[in-house]
Design a protein around this ligand. Structure first.
Ligand SMILES: [Zn+2]
Length: 271
């Protein structure tokens, strides 16, 4: 098992880009044939910006991954307790609980990204996308990518999350994040069933609404249960999925949605 984990870790760094490219291709084709919303003109431009941000985020992570991992390992080993990894629980339940805990951490960090001004400055770049498709999933400011990766790893180290849980979650989230941002028309009855076990594109699109009440709901990353437990679940947008307005409500920036605008957005004066 240890050898398997090491092999996955060794290949994950580059393997994630191959996996994402395959998922992106499949979902882009699905969006083309079964779109949920009509995509307007200028979509190619924003897709290019989103993919460029993905590339820059990857470059920054390549640079900071090692010191962040070293700091997390140092934190984990300096604590008195060994957390979940050192508990007497059997292997499979321990791994499953670990996966659930990582998702709960993601939910809390996402909520914090909406309520803590410094984190919102970076996270607003994701919400500034005026449309919603598979490329929106990678529209994150590079600083946000690095900051959230560091916070997630530190919290996981403090809780003693098993490495295999972290790896499983990373692979699952990579695929699921692309899926839940996809502009695909899933029949309502399928969507209703899927929502019992995972965040669906319709559920997450509500979170990208221009309306504050809808934007401050459905924070869940992979599993929808945290929103139900915390009372932040919103079933459908008031205007419906086809007519709802996406993006930032008070976005008065007249500049076109280019790469420089996205990169400088965290440093702009907040309205
Ligand atoms: Zn958000």
């Amino acid at each position: 098992m240890a050898q398997f984990i090491q092999a996955v870790m060794d290949h994950f760094e580059w393997g994630q880009y191959v996996l994402f490219s395959v998922v992106l291709g499949i979902l882009a084709l699905t969006e083309h044939f079964w779109p949920r919303r009509v995509t307007g003109e200028g979509c190619q431009g924003r897709r290019k910006v989103n993919l460029l941000l993905y590339g820059l985020g990857g470059l920054l992570m390549w640079w900071v991954a090692e010191p962040v991992q070293t700091a997390a390992v140092r934190l984990g080993t300096s604590l008195e307790w060994t957390g979940l990894a050192g508990s007497a629980l059997p292997g499979v339940p321990k791994i499953v609980i670990g996966v659930l805990l990582v998702d709960a951490i993601q939910y809390l960090l996402h909520r914090a990204s909406h309520s803590i001004p410094l984190l919102w400055r970076m996270h607003q770049v994701h919400h500034a996308d005026a449309a919603f498709d598979v490329t929106t999933s990678v529209r994150h400011h590079p600083l946000e990518v690095a900051a959230l990766a560091a916070l997630t790893l530190m919290l996981c180290a403090a809780l003693g999350i098993p490495l295999v849980s972290l790896l499983l979650y990373a692979v699952f989230q990579l695929v699921h994040s692309a899926f839940c941002h996809a502009n695909v028309a899933i029949p309502l009855r399928w969507d209703r069933r899927l929502r019992w076990v995972m965040v669906t594109p319709d559920m997450h699109r509500v979170h990208h609404s221009e309306r504050m009440d809808e934007g401050n709901s459905n924070f869940g990353m992979v599993f929808p249960w945290w929103d139900h437990l915390a009372g932040t679940y919103c079933v459908q947008p008031v205007l419906g999925h086809k007519d709802m307005h996406l993006g930032l409500a008070n976005d008065n920036d007249a500049r076109p949605d280019g790469l420089w605008r996205a990169l400088s957005q965290p440093f702009d004066k907040l309205p």
